[in-house]
Write a protein that binds this ligand. Structure first.
Ligand code: ATP
Ligand code: MG
Length: 388
């Protein structure tokens, strides 16, 4: 069974330092929501507030429509998985997984080792728990590992045991705080698949904190980006990639990062790169400096030609499997580097040291105002300068 999660105007400060302000968030049952943002922006704090490990200063947390603010972490029946799996080293994988159920179902007295052999009730409960562990272990394919201690497991296996421990109480809400960040690159990719798969099979609601925008892009139904204690944007991976709400979001999502070129609005609202019109017009806004965002795959390089285009010199060309990344420096503004993504079989024509014209389709460009917020634009039917 999956649950919805609603956050209403959640604020939190540590002493005088405000960390979260007025966070509103509604997560649908069964969603995989990634929470991303720069280090220190409050992702873990928000997760801890949802789980009940931390208390918000104001605002409400609702799970399945019910306010949970007075409930203890345990009573919220949420699974938490952290970066450091926090398994008990002296217990086997099976014992680690069983622990939350033992705590739930056995009295303190019954949990004493001596009682094990004396209490028939304990024997019955243990048998039931062992059946439940078997099911979870099967789902995560760790049955052969159950007798091992954490020290005898690989990082990925330990991660799966930690997941199993979180799953065994059949929570309807999973909170994960960078659960893959201790794993090497290959294992991360593998565990990414496993988690996506697990989410699909369980149908539970997942809230997943990550630094890694590729993880967020590939796994999530939606991504919420926190910045400066506020929600900068929430939407599908495609929304954030194709219509970033601010410069911060635009820079965070996408690898290699979006190119940001200094540009200017003329009094008619035309977006100018140096003296050249781009074919892009701001719907509103004052004449003055703006930023033009161009994804590396949306730039076309043209052999130097008579058309009026911004020019750039190719500094170096990097092999990235199917693509090549071309690093260029703008001629007009040498501090501004530019990265262009080109399919491998088209790269032969580009030589380091040579100068090329920069072309792009204005409808693919993103415009950001002086505050860093996205500006609405239209494109001119007749393109004067830079063209695709
Ligand atoms: N218990 C605490 N007491 C005081 N300040 C805290 C406490 N916990 C977190 N902070 C501060 O609150 C801010 C947000 O911390 P948080 O751990 O939520 O960030 P984060 O987004 O998870 O960062 P990271 O990506 O590095 O894990 C940070 O500036 C941090 O120093
Ligand atoms: Mg954190």
């Amino acid at each position: 069974m999956e649950h919805s999660l609603e956050l209403e105007r959640i604020s939190k400060a540590f002493g005088k330092t405000g960390v979260l302000s007025d966070i509103d968030l509604a997560v649908e049952p069964g969603e995989f929501l990634s929470l991303v943002g720069p280090s220190g922006c409050g992702k873990s704090t928000l997760l801890r507030i949802i789980s009940g490990l931390e208390r918000q200063d104001s605002g409400q947390v609702r799970i399945a429509g019910r306010p949970v603010d007075v409930l203890s972490p345990r009573a919220r029946n949420i699974a938490m998985v952290f970066q450091n799996y926090a398994l008990y080293p002296h217990m086997s994988a099976a014992e680690n997984i069983a622990l939350p159920l033992m705590v739930d179902r056995l009295s303190l007295l019954e949990r004493l080792p001596l009682i094990r052999h004396l209490s028939p009730r304990r024997k019955r409960i243990e048998a039931a728990i062992s059946g439940e562990i078997g099911k979870v272990a099967e789902a995560l394919q760790i049955e052969p590992l159950l007798a091992r201690k954490p020290g005898q497991l690989s990082g990925g296996q330990r991660q799966r045991v930690a997941l199993a421990r979180a799953m065994v109480r059949q929570p309807s809400l999973f909170l994960m705080d960078e659960p893959l960040s201790n794993l090497d690159a290959q294992l991360r990719v593998h565990m990414r698949d496993e988690l996506t798969d697990l989410h699909r099979r369980l149908g539970a609601t997942f809230i997943y904190v990550t630094h890694d925008q590729i993880e967020a892009m590939t796994m999530s139904t939606r991504i919420a980006m926190l910045d400066g204690g506020r929600l900068a944007q929430i939407g599908s991976p495609a929304d954030l990639y194709e219509r970033p709400a601010s410069l911060t979001v635009a820079r965070f999502i996408g690898s290699p990062a979006i190119n940001i070129l200094p540009a200017r609005l003329d009094p008619q609202g035309h977006v100018m790169l140096g003296a050249l019109p781009t074919g892009l017009v701001a719907s509103e806004g004052l004449a003055g400096p703006v930023s033009l965002g161009l994804r590396p795959e949306h730039i076309r390089l043209h052999a130097a030609c008579e058309r009026a285009m911004p020019m750039a010199t190719l500094r170096r060309s990097e092999h990235h499997g199917a693509d090549r990344l071309l690093h260029l420096d703008l001629t007009e503004n040498r501090q501004t580097g530019l990265i262009v993504r080109v399919p491998q079989d088209e790269t032969g024509q580009f030589q380091p040291g040579e100068t090329y014209g920069i072309g792009f389709a204005p409808e693919k460009a993103h415009l950001f105002g002086p505050s860093g917020l996205r500006m609405a634009t239209r494109t001119l039917p007749a393109r004067i300068g830079a063209a695709a």
